[in-house]
Design a protein around this ligand. Structure first.
Ligand SMILES: [Zn+2]
Length: 360
C-alpha cells in the first residue's frame, strides 16, 4: 500500500508568527506558547504585538531545555491548569519535539513554529525523547503530524548561517535516499510504500537546493530573506520533511548514525554529517561520476564537509571508520532499505573513497 502523510497546514513567510492567532483560532482559543529563554526573548514581543485578537488567549511558558518525560509532564500539568486547548512550540528541535509530545499526551492540537531551518523534523509525526541528563531515551512515533507548521522567515534569516547550511545538508540526502527506497519498494516511516507525489517532492527538494542553495547561504550571511532564501527554507523544512517521512531513509542517515559513535563528530551538526553520508552513499551505489561530482561541488560551495579531516577525523582513521561502518550496518538501520545486502566492508570502502573524492 502507498501512503503519504503531512501536516494539515504549512504556512511560511515574513512575520508568519504574527499570524499565529489567525490560524490557531481554528484549533482552539487558549494557546500555550512554549519557548526557551533565548527564543522567548527574541519572539515574545513579536507574537504579542502581532496577535491582538481578543478572542484568543496566549499563555507563555518557559521550556527548560531538555525534551524529557519529566519536562513533558510538567508542561502538560501547566496546560491543564491554564485550560490550554492548543500547544504552540516556538524554537529549535527540542522545543518543537516537546510541544509535539505534550500535545500528544494531552490529546491537543499542536502548532510548530521553527526559528531555524537546520533539519527536516518540524513537519514530521516524530518526537525524540531524552533523559533529564540529555541521553537518548526513545523515539515517540506519533499517530499524526502537526496541525500547523508556521515558518517565520524573518526570524530564520537572523539565525546563524551554519544552521541553514546544515539544514541543506540534511535536505540534500532526501532525494538520494528516496530513490533507493522507491526503487526497492520499501516501507517508509509513514507505514506504506512511497507515492509518486512524495518522490516528486524529494526531487524538487534536490533541484531547489542546487538552484538556490548558494544564494540562500549568502542571503543568510546578509540577513536578507530573499526569494532564494524562501525557496531553500521551504526545501529544508517542507520538501525534505514530507520527502523523508513518506519515502524513507537509506545509507546517508545510517552513515550519519555510524559517525555518532566517534567523539570527534560530536561538534558537528546533524546535516553536516548527513551531507558526507550522502556522498558516501552515492559512492556505495556506484552512481554516475557526474552525479557524485555535482553533490561534492555543491557541498564545497556551502562549506559542508566532504573529507574525513573536515569531519575532525585525522588519526587512527582506518580503525575509526571500521567502527563507523559497523554501526552503520547495525540491525534496524535504514541502510537495509537497499535492495541488496550492504556489508560493513562495503561501507568502509565507500567512506574512504568518498574522502578521496572530496579531497580532489
Ligand atoms: Zn535528517
Amino acid at each position: 500500500m502507498k501512503i503519504l502523510i503531512s501536516p494539515s497546514k504549512y504556512i511560511q513567510g515574513k512575520n508568519a508568527l504574527g499570524e499565529l492567532s489567525r490560524y490557531g483560532k481554528a484549533l482552539g482559543r487558549n494557546l500555550l506558547v512554549l519557548a526557551d529563554d533565548f527564543v522567548m526573548k527574541m519572539t515574545r514581543g513579536l507574537i504579542e504585538e502581532g496577535n491582538t485578537d481578543a478572542a484568543v488567549t496566549l499563555t507563555f511558558e518557559r521550556f527548560t531545555g531538555e525534551c524529557s518525560r519529566s519536562e513533558v509532564d510538567r508542561i502538560l500539568g501547566i496546560a491543564r491548569e491554564k485550560g490550554a486547548d492548543v500547544i504552540v512550540g516556538v524554537g529549535g528541535g527540542k522545543t518543537l519535539d516537546t510541544a509535539k509530545a505534550v500535545a500528544h499526551f494531552g490529546k491537543l492540537p499542536v502548532v510548530i513554529a521553527p526559528t531555524i531551518a537546520s533539519t527536516d523534523a518540524p513537519t514530521s509525526a516524530l518526537s525524540v525523547l531524552y533523559t533529564d541528563d540529555g541521553v537518548f531515551d526513545e523515539y515517540l512515533l506519533l499517530p499524526r503530524n502537526p496541525d500547523i507548521v508556521l515558518v517565520d522567515t524573518e526570524i530564520i534569516v537572523r539565525a546563524p548561517t551554519r544552521l541553514l547550511v546544515s539544514g541543506m545538508g540534511d535536505a540534500l540526502a532526501t532525494y538520494y535516499e528516496a530513490r533507493v527506497c522507491y526503487g526497492a519498494r520499501k516501507t517508509a516511516m509513514c507505514g506504506g510504500q512511497p507515492t509518486m507525489a512524495a518522490m516528486a517532492l524529494a526531487t524538487l527538494c534536490r533541484d531547489t537546493l542546487f538552484k538556490s542553495g548558494y544564494l540562500a547561504k549568502l542571503s543568510s550571511d546578509a540577513n536578507i530573506a530573499s526569494e532564494a532564501f524562501e525557496e531553500v527554507v521551504e526545501a529544508n523544512t517542507l520538501l525534505s520533511g514530507l520527502g523523508f517521512e513518506s519515502t524513507g531513509l537509506a545509507a546517508a542517515h545510517a552513515i550519519h548514525n555510524g559517525f555518532t559513535v566517534l567523539k570527534e563528530a560530536h561538534g558537528l551538526y546533524h546535516g553536516e554529517k548527513v551531507a558526507f553520508g550522502t556522498i558516501a552513499q552515492l559512492v556505495l551505489e556506484n552512481a554516475a561520476p557526474e552525479e557524485i561530482e555535482q553533490v561534492i561541488e555543491f557541498c564545497q560551495s556551502l562549506g559542508l564537509p566532504t573529507t574525513l579531516e573536515e569531519l575532525g577525523i585525522t588519526e587512527g582513521v582506518e580503525e575509526k571508520i571500521r567502527e563507523v561502518a559497523a554501526a552503520t550496518c547495525a540491525e534496524g538501520e535504514t541502510i537495509h532499505n537497499f535492495p541488496y545486502v550492504v556489508t560493513p566492508e562495503m561501507v568502509f570502502n565507500a567512506i574512504l573513497l568518498a574522502d578521496r573524492l572530496g579531497q580532489g
